[in-house]
Design a protein around this ligand. Structure first.
Ligand code: IMP
Length: 426
């Protein structure tokens, strides 16, 4: 059975956790393919809220095997804390498998993330300061430590010795920061963390292929989103990995022909945390209303998210880059009670109207959105379970999205709960 990819189509926080949880019901494996604990997924089960950072959402079902793929960067202390939190709340984490090829986030990665952000001053990217960028930089520079290195003390110490020397020189000479202690890091990783992580380490590539060959359902779960992608996002205001669907193949070890379905998650409006261009950003009262109604504060960092109207120019671009087969719209309920709702269907720039994302980013910074305005709705959508339960204006809004994005909408989220969704077009 070919795999299903779940990917964010905006700047993250689209509500992927809820959708992956919903789809995980029919999955045998749920695999994270990139990012690290910069992600924050909230899933509400029977009124109980679970905030996950690293472990795939599928962990909440006893029939799924949650897998952390090779494309992920792992802070083992965070991973263990997340396992402990879940275990304390009665969730079994013993099925979790972590790729030996995934890279480790080390203490100096946090230090460098903070130092580079500070040095960038007003040009700071607004990272989550979790060491994500520096960990991927070391991976590309081929000096990263991998999860499998935890299994071999000699190799771990050899590699760490070289890297710590380099990082300490950079921290001291470039950023005027204190040196990191080799022994402290080696002791923490090898003596405290490795014994607990070791039983989780496995050959995830074979595991995934065997599941596919056995006809099992496999889901590849992305973190962050299309416009935070290192290659396709609003660089440099991006994360350091590839959340787009292509990254799902690289980050798990399967080929494109092993994927048959790509579900793009789009919030009914848009939010972004951190810096970077955002054509439909809303200042003032309307924006405040969206933030308040949608509780748009980071699961992870608590930062207020920047709000804006839905941008289908970007959504269409996301549909192309990810070869989306369908779109799931989340948080449609948040748009209730607006007199009218707007969808950005094009941009105006230098007296010209364009309907694609400009490749030159300084153009994207100065575009003016062209909106299609649709009537709003005042109904409470939180109890809707079928398309017919949605008011006409809400259905028209969804059809407008389908038409412009060129991809069918299949799921519509109408509240935080596991059951609060509509299978559109039923
Ligand atoms: P980093 O991933 O911590 O390096 O941060 C780079 C950019 O990605 C910043 O703008 C972050 O706010 C953003 N970012 C990273 N992870 C998430 C996420 O899960 N949701 C939304 N934005 C994110």
């Amino acid at each position: 059975m070919p795999a299903t990819v779940v990917v964010g189509t905006q700047w993250g926080d689209e509500g992927k956790g809820k959708l992956t949880d919903l789809l995980a019901k029919d999955m045998r494996l749920v695999v994270r393919y990139q990012g690290g604990h910069n992600a924050g997924h909230t899933i509400v089960v029977d009124g109980e809220s679970f905030a996950l950072q690293l472990i795939p959402s599928g962990v909440l079902y006893s029939h799924t095997v949650p897998v952390i793929g090779n494309g992920v960067v792992v802070d083992p202390a965070v991973l263990l804390a997340e396992c402990d939190m879940l275990e304390q709340r009665g969730v079994d984490t013993s099925r979790l498998v972590v790729s030996g090829n995934a890279h480790l986030i080390m203490p100096y990665h946090y230090e460098l993330d903070r130092a580079t952000e500070r040095a960038l001053g007003k040009n700071a990217l607004g990272t989550t300061k979790r060491g994500i960028g520096p960990a991927y930089a070391d991976k590309a520079a081929r000096i990263g430590l991998r999860v499998q290195d935890l299994l071999d003390e000699k190799i771990f110490r050899e590699k760490l010795d070289i890297v710590v020397r380099e990082k300490n020189a950079i921290l001291a000479k470039v950023y005027n920061r204190l040196a990191m202690d080799f022994d402290e890091i080696a002791d923490q990783y090898l003596n405290e963390l490795a014994p607990r992580i070791a039983p989780m380490i496995g050959d995830t590539v074979s595991l995934i292929h065997e599941a596919l060959e056995d006809g099992e359902n496999v889901m590849l779960e992305g973190a962050q989103a299309t416009f935070l992608d290192l290659d396709h996002g609003t660089y440099p205001f991006v994360t350091s990995s590839n959340p787009t669907a292509g990254g799902a193949c690289v980050g798990t070890g399967i080929g494109p022909r092993d994927v048959s379905r790509v579900v793009g998650i789009a919030k009914a409006y848009v939010t972004r945390v951190g810096s970077g261009p955002f054509p439909t950003e809303l200042d003032g009262e309307l924006g405040e209303l969206l933030v308040d109604k949608g509780h748009e504060y980071g699961t992870n960092t608590g930062r207020r998210r920047r709000p804006g109207w839905l941008d289908v120019v970007m959504l269409r671009q996301a549909a192309r880059i990810n070869s989306l087969s369908e779109i799931a719209i989340t948080k449609l309920d948040v748009l209730s009670d607006f007199d009218e709702v707007k969808v950005c269907v094009g941009y105006e720039v230098d007296g010209e109207r364009i309907t694609r994302v400009p490749y030159h980013q300084s153009v994207l910074h100065r575009v003016t959105p062209v909106y299609e305005t649709l009537p709003g709705w005042s109904d409470d959508l939180s109890g809707a379970t079928t398309t017919a339960d949605l008011p006409k204006s809400a259905r028209d809004y969804l059809r407008c999205i389908e038409e412009h994005a060129g991809v069918p909408v299949t799921y519509v989220g109408v509240g935080p709960g596991r059951e609060q969704f509509v299978q559109f077009h039923q």
